[in-house]
Design a protein around this ligand. Structure first.
Ligand code: 13P
Length: 250
């Protein structure tokens, strides 16, 4: 029996405007009543998400945070600031942060710790590049990314956290990992945590991300170790995001 309730999160990335968001959120709110869903919006729109989504079934969160609590860190945003705007979730270690902004495994782990210390649920992204997959080191890369967090925060820190497996080659490319490819890595992630704490591994929500859309969501969500999705492009289209959430809720 599955003990885990699937969760779908939208990662809007650097998209949206006050006007566009109002239209999108107004469409999502009634369509997702009773469904487990999250939208991770750009920082300036957190207040808008809070105002519109407060009291709805849709939670909201951010796409990044500082590893520091406060101080002279121009341009950074702390976990407590996210809490001020009612965030429940924050994405950490998205591949775009790792590859475009040089976030190391160690920095991602520090951000994960900062999020949890404040009471936010981190969505920890892991995943391999195309080169890494083709060189046969997918599991080694994912293990290294998880180990950085385990080393800093211990396996216990995965209680209540979320891991998102996002193969970099599938993000925004239209190339989805096949359900079997995704399932294999999800099973590897769960097995790695299970080697340290089987009960915790059984509860861990592991989302899949990378070109998920309404058309392929059902077969991905049917895999035994896929517990929801982290959705980029399709989270900006109300009908698509709703259909993905509904596929996950089945
Ligand atoms: P796409 O769904 O646009 O491929 O993006 C996936 C992603 O990076 C979500 O965090």
């Amino acid at each position: 029996m599955r003990m885990r309730k699937k969760l779908v999160a939208g990662n809007w990335k650097m998209h949206g405007s006050l006007a566009e968001n109002a239209v999108l959120l107004a469409a999502l709110k009634p369509a997702l009543v009773g469904v487990n869903a999250v939208v991770c919006v750009p920082f300036p729109y957190l207040a808008q998400a809070q105002t519109i989504l407060n009291g709805s079934s849709i939670a909201w969160g951010a796409q990044n945070l500082s590893e520091h609590n406060k101080g002279a860190f121009t341009g950074e945003v702390s976990a407590s600031m996210l809490l001020d705007f009612g965030c429940s979730y924050v994405i950490v270690g998205h591949s775009e942060r790792r590859s475009l902004y040089g976030e190391s495994d160690g920095l991602v782990a520090a951000k994960y710790v900062a999020a949890q210390a404040a009471g936010l649920t981190p969505i920890l992204c892991v995943g391999e590049s195309l080169d890494e997959r083709e060189s046969g080191v997918t599991e080694a890369v994912v293990a290294r990314q998880l180990d950085a967090v385990i080393k800093l925060a211990g396996v216990d820190s995965f209680a209540g956290a979320i891991v998102a497996y996002e193969p970099v080659w599938a993000i925004g490319t239209g190339k989805t990992a096949s359900p079997e490819q995704a399932q294999a890595v999800h099973a590897f992630i769960r097995g790695k945590i299970a080697a340290l704490d089987p009960d915790l591994a059984g509860q861990l929500i592991i989302q899949y991300g990378g070109s998920v859309k309404a058309a392929n969501a059902a077969e991905l969500m049917a895999q035994p170790d896929i517990d929801g999705g982290l959705i980029g492009g399709a989270s900006l289209v109300a009908d698509e995001f709703v259909a993905i959430c509904q596929a996950a809720a089945k």
